[in-house]
Design a binder for this molecule. Structure first.
Ligand code: KIV
Ligand code: ZN
Length: 411
């Protein structure tokens, strides 16, 4: 059986941008949207046009300029939201209106203060109105995973009859566990009579750090669209990270028989661009794109990497467009890595000299944390009788300092 295609719906410019510290100007959003198109996402959720004039202008600018992905705009189930989204998306080659309303009793009673019937009626009316602007209408049942399943499936069936093409069941507050999400999708898809007429979508938040695991579980349960963001940004703890979801399905294709259209070599550039546009650094240990994601400091690990990279590397950095793996010379490094780094920068050490240089390097690392190539030249020059050449960067396998190989410098 051929692998199932997953639609990648990127919401960096909507859910992501809505998080504190991540706001972007129109020109910056346009820049990011072009990069998302180069990355190969299927859908770009460009914004929430009713939220502000600037948001509406950004969506319209992206809809005018960016070709390739479907351009989506978010709207509540209100006529004015939908009309605004319809206006903003009008220039797009392919446009999607994404309408949403909460379906959990908690949200209906305490936030919206409407009945279940009001909710269902508003959802149906919104989908019908959105269909006047485009055939591609997505409906989201906010807080779906905490909604009464019976009410949820009836609402979903009603919006499908009204013309929705994609049904998104968000885990809005990141409350679910992977087995629950898988069973939840299976159960709702099983109950909805017209389930085969739509694409099912997962939108998982990361409040418990489970957004990517939950998205993977959702596709096992029948979802075929995953909503995600670059660097996992989004409301509160964020959304499922695009790069983690995509690389999990690539690296573990033996367990996860799903494909997508992402050009993985554009991942690192996308992450760095977002970081430079928003001024928010990527967490150092962030999977796939953090500056330590391909760095090895412990001596045992460095020794393994030098003998066979597969010992500590499950994907090559170049697969995601990241700089070469780094053997960081620090206080946990072993003799082997120090010797190798010295060789790469033109220093050949006798065995006895290596011992002395190694001890000095570890002492230096204890004080300074990082040992640069310049430090190595100085230490080796002081302790060895060999003539020490200045560092050359011709074709090094590994580098002493992550900063020197371009981490954190934007694209
Ligand atoms: O988290 C959520 O429920 C949302 C919806 C608007 C899709 O972001
Ligand atoms: Zn969300």
């Amino acid at each position: 059986m051929s692998n199932q295609r997953i639609t990648i719906f990127d919401t960096t410019l909507r859910d992501g941008e809505q998080a504190p510290g991540f706001s972007m100007r129109t020109t910056e959003k346009l820049h990011m949207a072009k990069q998302l198109a180069a990355l190969g996402v299927d859908v770009i959720e460009a914004g929430f046009p009713i939220a502000s004039d600037a948001d509406a202008e950004s969506v319209r600018m992206i809809a005018t300029t960016v070709r390739g992905p479907v351009i989506a705009g978010l709207a509540r189930c209100h006529a004015k939201d939908i009309d605004r989204a319809g206006w903003a998306l009008q220039p797009a080659e392919r446009r999607r209106i994404h309408v949403f309303i909460a379906t959990s009793d908690l949200h209906l009673e305490r936030k919206l203060r409407i009945s279940r019937q009001d909710c269902l009626d508003a959802a149906v009316a919104a989908v019908r109105r959105a269909r006047q602007f485009t055939d591609d209408v997505q409906f989201s049942a906010e807080d779906a995973t905490r909604s009464d399943p019976d009410f949820l499936w009836r609402t979903v069936e009603a919006v499908i009859q009204a013309g929705a093409r994609t049904i998104n069941l968000p885990d809005t507050v990141g409350y679910s566990t992977p087995d629950e999400i898988r069973d939840f999708f299976q159960a709702i898809i099983g109950r909805v009579p017209s389930s085969d007429q739509v694409t099912w979508s997962a939108h998982c938040h990361d409040d418990l750090g489970l957004a990517v695991a939950n998205s993977l579980a959702a596709i096992e349960g029948g979802a075929r669209q995953v909503e995600c963001t670059i660097n996992g940004i989004g409301e509160r703890a964020g959304n499922a990270s695009l790069e983690e979801f995509v690389m999990a399905t690539r690296v573990r294709s033996d367990k996860l028989p799903f494909v997508n259209g992402i050009a993985t070599r554009q991942i690192y550039a996308s992450s760095q661009l977002l970081s430079s546009l928003t001024g928010e650094p990527v967490q150092a240990n962030k999977a796939i794109v953090g500056r330590n994601a391909f760095a090895h400091e412990a001596g045992i690990h460095q020794d393994g990497m030098l003998k066979d990279r597969r010992t500590y590397e499950i994907m090559r950095p170049e697969e995601v467009g990241a700089p070469q793996a780094t053997l960081v010379v620090g206080k946990h490094s072993g003799r082997h890595a120090v010797q190798r780094r010295c060789e790469l920068i033109g220093i050949t050490l006798e065995r006895r000299e290596l011992d002395a240089v190694y001890r000095a390097v570890i002492e230096h690392a204890d004080r300074e944390k990082i040992v640069t190539d310049a430090d190595l030249v100085e230490i080796a020059g002081r302790l060895s009788t060999t003539s020490v050449k200045p560092p050359t960067y011709a074709m090094p396998d590994f580098n002493a300092t992550p900063a020197e190989v371009g981490y954190g410098h934007g694209v």
